[in-house]
Design a binder for this molecule. Structure first.
Ligand code: SAH
Length: 452
């Protein structure tokens, strides 16, 4: 097989990042924007030892899962990978991804994997409560706002992201018009010149409060009053306008310093009946409705009666643990980011929760300390990043001997790997429920109940 060859291919499977998979001779071919059952002519773009990558030239026969993508930029923008498939088909792919990982890697009995909890029909689109929109100038000098294309730092212009609420689209349009008036303000990544880097928007879904944050290479920019005055007059939901200062030559979006130029420093939202403060840097699940359903399932799996000591490892701003605090005796949260721990403490206080304490530190080390100090948790919740848990941490958890472990996972493969270790230590998987927190994108979460 050579670059630029055109081959006819049947798509027979999907990868975990949402690409279709076909087989030609002894080669595996990955083709984005395809679905199982598609027969298509594919142009080969890149050839490696046993695999190659291609793109659709022509669809000869359409998969039954296909729908017309409703987003004009979906094949260019890096966000959605399942726009060309029905949501039903997407959920099947996601369920299979979790099922395969935990049964093959984790050796878990397949009957433990429950149906995937998909988003409600009305929430398959426009579910995000946060958007970070890069701004730039095209080669022809046109102002571009959108999202980075797959694996790149090129902006795929997008005027209306279907994952974001309508008010984000409206504010983005006004922001773009402002930049069209003063294009010299736009930050240039290569030259590290100019001022405005990103538009960052957040909404408290329950409260309808909106935060407009502009990420600036500096502490202010020319004509900012003109922009901010018009935004606050036009959108009564905007309760906070912030400049986030990021002078670093980096592709990390946010800097550490925030200057509130209008209204409050943070907006408020409600999750599981509790109030949470969303400051620009605070982590918060982007899909509130689905996060709430996931936390409810985690609570069901924790089986709390009111007497338990509960440890919430990788607690972020405390959301999962706090949503269960009133149903246990004591809550201990652990998180590595100090700012998140500060938020967690404030969140506990604002909700009148007095049986919670939060420790800033590495989960593995903090767990060893807690164990040494004789803490005997009844339930441990873990919600690690994609890389999952370390064998040492699993070992410490086992030493602490909780009745139940609730594992919230954003990566089925590392979940499978970790479950295998837990099962070697007298913990058995009672149930796993996959959750779709990110419809249309490749990500998939799951919650697992382990019992001693
Ligand atoms: N449970 C929270 C956050 C989950 S995201 C929620 O549902 O909102 C995972 C969290 O793990 C992040 O907040 C991240 O900062 C934290 N984290 C990453 N590595 C860590 C480590 N080694 N020790 C403790 N926390 C860590």
């Amino acid at each position: 097989m050579n670059k630029n060859d055109i081959i006819r291919l049947e798509i027979v499977d999907m990868t975990s990042d949402g690409s279709g998979v076909g087989k030609a001779d002894s080669m595996v071919v990955f083709v984005p924007d395809t679905a199982v059952g598609d027969i298509c002519d594919v142009r080969i773009l890149k050839v490696k030892k046993n695999v190659c990558y291609g793109k659709i030239e022509n669809i000869i026969e359409k998969s039954a899962d296909r729908v017309d993508p409703v987003c004009p930029v979906s094949s260019r923008c890096g966000g959605c990978v399942y726009r060309h498939m029905s949501y039903e088909a997407e959920l099947k792919v996601k369920h299979k991804k979790v099922f395969d990982a935990v049964t093959r890697i984790g050796k878990v009995d397949g009957s433990k994997v429950k149906e995937i909890i998909g988003a409600y029909d009305t929430q398959v689109d426009r579910y995000r409560n946060k958007a970070q929109i890069p701004v730039g100038l095209s080669k022809n000098g046109e102002v571009e706002l959108g999202f980075y294309s797959r694996h790149s730092h090129r902006i795929a212009p997008c005027d209306d992201c279907l994952l974001s609420p309508v008010i984000f689209t409206q504010i983005t349009k006004d922001f773009k018009e402002f930049l069209q008036k003063y294009p010299y303000l736009i930050y240039n990544e290569e030259k590290h010149s100019g001022k405005i880097r990103h538009l960052y928007l957040r909404i408290g879904e329950k409260t309808d409060e909106v935060m407009v944050c502009v990420v600036v290479n500096g502490k202010s920019f020319d004509h900012q009053d003109e922009l901010f005055n018009s935004i606050k007059e036009k959108y009564k939901q905007v309760k906070s306008i912030v400049i986030n200062v990021n002078k670093a030559k980096t592709n990390v979006i946010l800097g550490y310093e925030n200057i509130t130029v209008y209204g409050k420093e943070s907006i408020t939202d409600e999750l599981c009946g509790l109030k949470f403060e969303l400051s620009p840097l605070a982590f918060y699940q982007v899909n509130r409705t689905q996060a709430q359903r996931l936390y409810e399932k985690a609570k069901e799996y924790a089986q709390l009666s009111g007497d338990e000591v509960l440890i919430d490892l990788y607690c972020g701003t405390g959301t999962i643990g706090l949503s269960m605090a009133k149903s246990c005796k004591e809550l201990i949260g652990v998180e590595i980011i100090d700012k998140a721990i500060e938020n967690a403490k404030v969140n506990a206080k604002n909700n009148g929760i007095e049986n919670a304490r939060f420790i800033c530190g590495d989960a593995e080390k903090a767990a060893v300390e807690l164990e040494k100090n004789g803490i005997k948790p009844d339930v441990i919740i873990v919600d690690p990043p994609r890389k999952g848990l370390t064998p040492d941490l699993i070992n410490t958890i086992v030493q602490m001997n909780p009745q139940r472990v609730v594992y919230v996972s954003c990566d089925p493969a590392t979940l499978g790997r970790d479950l295998k270790l837990f099962e070697e230590f007298e913990y058995s998987v009672k149930e796993i429920t996959p959750f779709d927190l990110f419809p249309r994108t490749a990500h998939c979460e799951s919650v697992c109940w382990l019992s001693r």
